[in-house]
Design a protein around this ligand. Structure first.
Ligand SMILES: NC(=O)c1ccc[n+]([C@@H]2O[C@H](COP(=O)([O-])OP(=O)(O)OC[C@H]3O[C@@H](n4cnc5c(N)ncnc54)[C@H](OP(=O)(O)O)[C@@H]3O)[C@@H](O)[C@H]2O)c1
Length: 231
């Protein structure tokens, strides 16, 4: 029977790229976005029998029901994000609540909802981001939630052992939709990056597959940024 994988936030960007790779290696992929028809369309584009799910992580009470159709699962990747610009001087409480709910309560509720269906060799990869260490104007909520993802994997790895929990913290991934048309900002980051290029979706997907597959890596926060955080 095929290994089952769930990719939450799999309709575009990093989640979609990872979903495509897991499907191509023969896994039964369930990928989600907020909208069922969009998720179905992306699943059909990926092929290999991938299925779409509608999950809105900012509505955590609905998550368990949305995951009901998923059978016993081995690989879980949670990459969903709805970005928010927020600062202490110009604080939007509703926006902050939405993002904090999505990344903190929503990510945890996905794990809670699937907990009884995780196989003993299951692996979960959560997406934080390098804003946890490198704040920028307007990143207050993003910096806070991405920092919290670092801690979340540690408690989940202990509570749900032997299931493994790790996190990816991307720097600026230049070929994601998020950075399309922002060449100037990308050039500034390249100039500061020891690698002299940006990390790519392929780099992030490779790191994610490593965390999913390696049976001894657990509780690890992995920056994928070409060393940007060092400068
Ligand atoms: N791209 C980067 O350079 C970068 C840098 C640092 C960190 N990251 C992190 O890496 C992860 C992936 O980033 P990305 O740039 O690839 O994302 P993205 O292209 O913006 O895609 C976001 C995904 O999340 C889904 N989504 C949006 N709102 C949602 C909600 N309320 N509930 C559930 N799903 C929702 C979207 O699906 P629908 O629109 O179909 O609903 C989509 O599949 C995120 O956690 C992000 O914080 C990325």
């Amino acid at each position: 029977m095929a290994v089952v994988s769930v990719i939450v936030g799999g309709t575009q960007g990093l989640g979609k790229d990872i979903a495509r790779r897991l499907a191509a290696r023969g896994e039964q992929v369930y990928l989600s976005g907020r909208d069922q028809s969009r998720a179905d369309a992306v699943a059909a584009e990926i092929g290999h029998g991938a299925k779409g799910l509608a999950i809105d992580l900012s509505r955590p009470h609905d998550i368990a029901g949305a995951l009901k159709a998923v059978p016993a699962v081995t690989n879980v990747v949670i990459a969903a994000i709805e970005r928010d610009s927020n600062s202490a001087r110009d604080y939007g409480i509703d926006r902050a609540i939405k993002l904090a709910t999505l990344k903190l309560v929503g990510y945890t509720e996905v794990v809670h909802a699937l907990a009884d269906r995780l196989t003993p060799n299951a692996s979960v990869v959560l997406f934080g981001g390098l804003a946890k260490e490198r704040p920028y104007p307007g990143s207050t909520t993003i910096t806070t939630v991405n920092g919290a993802v670092s801690s979340m994997i540690r408690t989940l790895a202990v509570e749900l052992a032997p299931v493994r929990f790790n996190a990816i913290h991307p720097g600026i991934i230049g070929d994601t939709p998020e950075w399309a048309g922002k060449a100037e900002a990308l050039e500034r980051t390249i100039a500061r990056t020891p690698l002299k290029r940006l990390a790519t979706m392929e780099d992030v997907a490779g790191a994610t597959l490593f965390l999913l597959d390696n049976q001894a890596v657990n509780g690890v926060n992995l920056n994928i940024d070409g060393g940007w955080v060092l400068t």
